[in-house]
Write a protein that binds this ligand. Structure first.
Ligand SMILES: Cc1ncc(COP(=O)(O)O)c(C=O)c1O
Length: 181
């Protein structure tokens, strides 16, 4: 890792839930063993972490509540999550949250005087449907933390159930490659 970092590095991305098998990278280890040590050796290299929690952001808090991967780790400054995955809403809702306002460059925020006011916006496009936001809000209220916990535990139980027969058939047809279950 350290060989890839120099004074031009603006951040390191850790993936919480890889696209192919849902693997969680160890964000706490990355912070402590790599970036904290590097900072101790080279005080000029104080590298922040962005966590790509597109898939894992709605899994980790419910399946592994003690796992440290988010703003509890001081180096984590931003996190993206896809609401349309385990947030259980329509495509394509996703968002990014920042540890605090100072992290988001003002150059990325624009304001236009539009229909009665200049709302600051940090976005890549303009008019979009808001159905998924309403859907997400509904799910938050309808399911709450406990509902999401039940859904995720159910998903994991189903995955384990499916894994049994696929392991048996592995020699002939399938190979189970998930390391979680
Ligand atoms: C690790 C990871 N990051 C980002 C994305 C993209 O997320 P979205 O579908 O919300 O654009 C995916 C999609 O599968 C992903 O697996």
């Amino acid at each position: 890792m350290r060989d890839y970092i120099d004074e031009n590095t603006i951040g390191v991305v850790a993936i919480l839930g890889s696209t192919f098998i849902g693997h969680f990278e160890d964000v706490a280890l990355l912070k402590k063993k790599e970036l904290d040590c590097l900072h101790a050796e080279r005080p000029d290299l104080d590298i922040p972490i962005h966590v790509d929690a597109a898939s894992g952001g709605f899994v980790a808090p419910f399946a592994f509540p003690r796992l440290k991967w988010d703003f509890a780790l001081s180096r984590v400054v931003s996190i993206n999550v896809s609401g349309h995955k385990y947030g259980l809403t329509y495509p394509g809702l996703g968002w990014i949250i920042f540890r605090d306002e100072s992290i988001l460059s003002k150059d990325l925020v624009f304001t236009v005087d539009y229909i009665g006011g200049p709302p600051p916006a940090f976005t890549l496009n303009f008019s979009r449907p808001s159905a998924m936001m309403v859907g997400q809000y509904y799910n938050f209220i309808r399911l709450s933390r406990e509902g999401y916990r039940n859904v995720i535990h159910n998903c994991l139980a189903n995955a384990k159930l499916l894994l049994g027969p696929s392991r048996k058939a592995a020699s002939s047809c399938f190979a189970a490659i998930s390391i979680f279950l």
